[in-house]
Design a protein around this ligand. Structure first.
Ligand SMILES: [Zn+2]
Length: 453
């Protein structure tokens, strides 16, 4: 007899030791007792029994049975072989057609030749399926309860480590230093790719893999645990443990990343122009972009139906940079960037919303309010908070720029400069060359509308 072993591991056993090795050992021992030859071993690593994912090894087992390469199948228990009544029916039909023997350690020989045997197989299948579903429900209910109490569930992010208290990760000081620096740079407007490459140059390594990447850097800050927050079905509530940064910083960094124009942070720095997309035609309202192959040295509203108004890039950059630096050197410039001075009503609204969010979270934690009842209100609060924080967060800049504008400006990346220009200027428009003509470079054709003035 040629016998195929089939082993499968699922999520609920990851902890309790019924690994595939054990399943295989037990099956081999049974094969020895029956004096069968093990011709194939098929193993699936299936993290969730009810995920409905394809099982490649199971597919190969079915092919081997259909190709008449095996006479018997051995598994540890019936629920290893199938995960749903439908899979079971298909399997019963298959083994009946192929006329092979199926035996499991836990439930003995499957006799599918009789209607009684088929009934037993179906009942065993139903029982194991119910068990599997119950485990899933129990696990997710326990998770939700723990999270509502401010406990962390899920992978512990870079910057933190497990502590003696389950669900309350502690700060890993070495990694936390890296994390804090990354948050700071994101708030300053640095691109993720740039941050990742600087980490690599500094010899920092991620937990897995050799190098930091754009995605890795994004993941590095995306866990709410880092901000001392727990995500309970989409709402953020204060965690029972301290984060690596405070909640405000975490939320502001998330808002800053969301606010970035799509693609800007991913494009290579040197290709991003200072004013591309920020200038519009004074007459037609078309957006002028820079850097295209055909118009490398200009900003132009080019394209089907556009007016082709253009200006030399160098001239426009110099002109606008001078204006921006002069404005940054003025004594009241700082107020434009720190809304704590500029817009106290936003700060007041933010702290009021936070207080209400904390109150709700406390009611849920004390069991006085169900998560379902609190959810719409928490969601509404979270939406308003994110909106307000996005209004406030972009205005953070390196304060050195107010004392030494041109020196600081020179050290900035293009996205940082553009962020500042967006704050300083409400609008930059470009006039077409007049009837008397004039040099295309003439920067006085640019009209500036200052913000907050
Ligand atoms: Zn135009």
């Amino acid at each position: 007899m040629r016998v195929a072993l089939y082993c499968r591991i699922s999520r609920d056993e990851l902890g309790d030791g019924l690994g595939v090795e054990r399943q295989e050992q037990d099956c081999r021992a049974l094969a020895d007792r029956r004096a069968w030859t093990v011709s194939h071993v098929f193993t699936d690593n299936d993290v969730s029994a009810f995920s409905g994912r394809v099982r490649p090894a199971y597919q190969r087992l079915v092919s081997a049975i259909e190709a008449d390469q095996v006479d018997a199948v051995l598994a540890w228990a019936p629920e290893r072989l199938h995960r749903s009544p439908r899979e079971l029916e298909d399997f019963i039909e298959l083994i009946e057609r192929a006329g092979i023997v199926v035996e499991t350690i836990k439930a003995g020989v499957w006799d599918v030749s009789s209607s009684h045997g088929r009934l037993v197989a179906r009942m065993l299948g139903a029982v194991s399926r119910a068990e599997s579903e119950r485990t899933g429900e129990r696990v997710s209910r326990a998770h939700q309860q723990a999270k509502a109490r401010g406990l962390w569930r899920g992978p512990i992010p870079y910057g933190m480590q497990a502590s003696a208290m389950p669900g309350s990760p502690a700060i890993n000081e070495c990694e936390a230093e890296v994390v804090r620096a990354v948050f700071l740079r994101i708030l300053r407007g640095d691109a993720l790719t740039r941050i990742a490459s600087d980490l690599n140059e500094a010899g920092q390594r991620p937990r897995r893999g050799l190098r930091w990447t754009h995605t890795g850097a994004l993941r590095l800050i995306s866990s709410p645990a880092l901000g001392g927050l727990i995500d309970v079905e989409g709402e953020l509530i204060p965690a029972s443990f301290a984060g690596v940064v405070d909640a405000e910083t975490w939320l502001a960094a998330r808002a800053a990343l969301r606010r970035r124009p799509r693609g800007e942070s991913r494009r290579p720095r040197e290709k991003l122009t200072l004013l591309g997309g920020l200038i519009t035609c004074a007459e037609h309202g078309h957006t002028c972009v820079g850097g295209g192959a055909a118009h490398a040295a200009t900003y132009v509203a080019a394209g089907p139906g556009l007016c082709n108004v253009s200006i030399t890039r160098r001239a426009a950059d110099d002109f606008i940079t001078k204006l921006a630096l002069r404005r940054l050197g003025q004594p009241d410039a700082q107020a434009l960037f720190y809304s704590a001075d500029g817009a106290p009503h936003i700060e007041r609204q933010i702290s009021e919303l936070r207080r209400r969010r904390d109150d709700l979270a406390a009611l849920v934690a004390d069991g006085l309010l169900t998560g379902a009842a609190a959810r719409p209100r928490l969601q509404d609060l979270a939406d308003r908070l994110i909106k307000l924080e996005a209004e406030r967060a972009p205005r953070r800049v390196d304060s050195a720029v107010f004392t030494a504008p041109s020196e600081t400006w020179a050290t900035w990346t293009q996205p940082q400069r553009r962020e500042v220009l967006r704050t300083l200027f409400a609008k930059l428009t470009l006039r077409h060359v007049g009837p008397r003509g004039g040099p295309r470079a003439d920067p006085t054709r640019l009209h500036v509308e200052w913000a907050n003035s």
